[in-house]
Design a protein around this ligand. Structure first.
Ligand SMILES: [Zn+2]
Length: 401
């Protein structure tokens, strides 16, 4: 890690502590020798930093189980996933989920409740808080909660089952604060952005700087990462690719427009093409299974949606020129079932300069991407200044009792 001109010794030390903690958080147990190599710091510095992180209860240091070489083995530094954690929440179209995610990105506990039609994001905070409290009862006393984050979908159903586009909800933070007064607090973000971030940090697009992550559920949304940074837009409201108009003579959309991309590739479109009644995720899975089993009508529906999927992806690729397009949520299954059709459409569309290096991939973290991504947001402060958060949070405090 290079030093910044004018930075004090203490600032440099904090930065380096963050770099070591972030490295083992993302890469898992790592020897001091490997940390020295990867972070460009000398051995004695790494030793001192690792000792400080160990003393604060954020990592452990142990001799490797099998020393392959002779001589004194390099101690292995591991994140304390069992002891340091974040609360990751998701408000999805049809369900609410809460997870405790340990440092290192490991899901330690997970609870789920249905989201009834017509339930607003703010109204979901109460039931989510119940899930969190339920998990907290099983938490060992000597632990550190570093923060929380909530991922919110922008597409819901009203009480009559009609699809609704939710707007940015600023009262969500207030409702969370009321449920967890005095806690480390929650940050919130768009579900597709957060799932995309998870795939970028730990999933199929790890190490790739330019990525479009497409998430399908009731609606279609994107997390777009450019130059390694999530594209946010005003108020974090960007990536609403489901509302690109692809078919001006198409069907009315929940947003008030007509022929939006999600009217052609959303879950409702697949069911419609398959001649089924509108339904939930289980109905979508059923069509995909029928297609895999050779049902011609279901197969045709998958191909039709996959063709529209390729069409929209082609347009996005020409705008962003990413190295990878990752398909998550219900689009993961639709892409997997119709990848040849998506590729065929895509081969006919983008500029060659955008197509040559492009990879199309199903999401790796699958359903957990949302929770793992939310935890990444919640861990950010700790990773930026480990000892500050660690000391302030007082490992072993009894405030959950
Ligand atoms: Zn729309």
């Amino acid at each position: 890690m290079s030093s910044i001109p004018g930075a004090s010794q203490e600032e440099i030390r904090r930065q380096n502590l963050g770099a070591v903690l972030r490295y083992v958080h993302l890469h898992g147990p790592t020897s001091r020798a490997a940390l020295t190599r990867h972070l460009g710091l000398n051995r004695s510095t790494i030793g001192a930093l690792a000792a400080d992180l160990t003393a604060s209860g954020l990592v452990t240091e142990e001799a490797p189980t099998s020393a392959r070489r002779a001589g004194r083995p390099s101690l292995v530094v591991s994140p304390r996933s069992d002891r340091v954690y974040a609360n990751a929440l998701s408000i999805e179209a049809e369900r609410l989920r809460a997870a405790r995610v340990g440092l290192g990105g490991r899901i330690l506990d997970l609870r789920e409740a249905p989201r009834p039609r017509g339930m607003s994001a703010v109204d979901a905070v109460g039931p989510l808080a119940d899930l969190v409290r339920d998990m907290e009862r099983a938490v060992a006393p000597d632990t550190l909660l570093v923060g929380g984050a909530v991922a919110v979908t922008d597409t819901t159903r009203d009480p009559d089952g009609r699809i609704q586009i939710a707007s940015v909800n600023e009262s969500l933070g207030v409702a969370l604060e009321a449920e967890f007064p005095g806690g480390p607090g929650f940050v919130s973000g768009d579900l597709a952005d957060i799932a995309g971030l998870a795939e970028h940090v730990r999933g199929v697009a790890a190490g790739v700087d330019d990525v479009i992550y497409l998430h399908g559920d009731l609606g279609i949304s994107a997390g777009i990462i450019v130059g390694g940074r999530l594209m946010m837009g005003h108020h974090g409201y960007s990536g609403k690719v489901g509302h690109m108009v692809v078919n001006p003579n198409g069907l009315p959309c929940g947003c008030g427009s007509r022929g939006c991309w999600e009217t052609e590739i959303g879950e409702a479109a697949l069911l419609r093409h398959a001649g089924r009644e509108p339904g939930d995720r289980a109905a979508v899975t059923d069509v995909l299974r029928a297609a895999a089993d050779g049902d011609p009508k279901a197969r045709q529906a998958v191909d039709q949606v996959a063709d529209w999927l390729g069409f929209g992806v082609g347009n996005l690729v020409n705008v962003v020129n990413p190295d990878a397009v990752v398909f998550g949520g219900s689009l993961r299954d639709i892409f997997t079932a119709g990848a040849d059709t998506v590729r065929r459409r895509l081969d006919a569309m983008p500029l060659p300069i955008s197509r040559e290096h492009l990879r199309l991939q199903p999401a790796a973290l699958d359903q957990n991407a949302v929770l793992i991504g939310a935890a990444e947001l919640a861990f950010d402060k700790l990773l930026a200044d480990p000892l500050n958060v660690g000391v302030a949070g007082q490992l072993g405090s009894t405030d959950s009792a």
